[in-house]
Design a protein. Structure first.
Length: 238
């Protein structure tokens, strides 16, 4: 037997056309577009199929629906999706609706990025890295102060999508005066905090925090170890 799971995702009725256009910009093909007796749409890209049903009272800003897509080439998809969105929107949307997030390694053994469509559905796209525990669960958080803060803040920002919670964790770590982070830890904390501020619409805080990050001096070896963070810094300061 072969089974296939197809996510059924809610869509604010008035945004169905916007949602379909969003996925078409990502390279999906619309294989069904129903307007009566109720709005419904199906989009497909390779073996990935997503279906959407209209809801008049649905609030995209309060959405908590979504799905996870596993791939064997997350780098290629991230690049392709960013290119498609830039072509469709004239820019790469990184906050608000719709938006696409940075590519990063998560503590549970997946390299992933988050994407949110115009009606608030969060699509997580990831590739297994083999770094997860043998039972597939998240291991304990690091004990070292700043590594622990980074571990938990990344989970809150890019898995739970709790930006205020992630911001509090980073702020507490940066405010410590009894110990100091290494240059790599400081850079990662500042970039993450600037990224969170950007996503929350606090452009002034994002600008100041990212400027501090750009001033951190790293060796070539240290820079190589934080390539994702530096790539995000470049994106946010363009």
């Amino acid at each position: 037997m072969t089974e296939t799971t197809i996510p059924l995702l809610p869509c604010q009725t008035t945004l169905m056309d916007d949602v379909v256009a969003f996925y078409e910009a990502l390279g999906f093909e619309t294989t069904l577009r129903q307007r009566s007796p109720y709005p419904y749409a199906v989009v497909e890209r390779g073996t990935v199929e997503l279906q959407f049903f209209g809801m008049k009272e649905y609030d995209p800003a309060a959405s908590y629906s979504g799905c996870y897509v596993l791939t064997d080439d997350v780098e290629e998809l991230h690049t392709a999706f960013r290119t498609g969105l830039k072509s469709a929107y004239g820019r790469i949307p990184t906050r608000g609706l719709p938006r696409i997030g940075p590519l990063k390694d998560m503590p549970y053994g997946v390299r992933q990025f988050l994407m949110t469509d115009p009606t608030g559905n969060s699509i997580r796209i990831g590739q297994l890295t083999g770094a997860e525990d043998t039972d597939g669960t998240i291991g304990p958080a690091p004990k070292e102060t700043f590594e622990r803060a980074l571990h938990l803040a990344i989970l809150f920002a890019d898995s739970k999508e709790d930006l205020p919670g992630a911001a509090r964790m980073v702020d507490r770590a940066l405010a410590r005066d009894d110990r100091k982070p290494t240059p790599v830890q400081l850079l990662r904390l500042l970039i993450l905090r600037g990224d969170i501020a950007h996503r929350q619409g606090d452009d002034d805080l994002a600008r100041r925090t990212l400027a501090r990050a750009a001033e951190v001096t790293l060796s070539p070896e240290e820079r190589a170890s934080v390539r994702d963070d530096l790539s995000r810094l470049a994106d946010l300061t363009r």
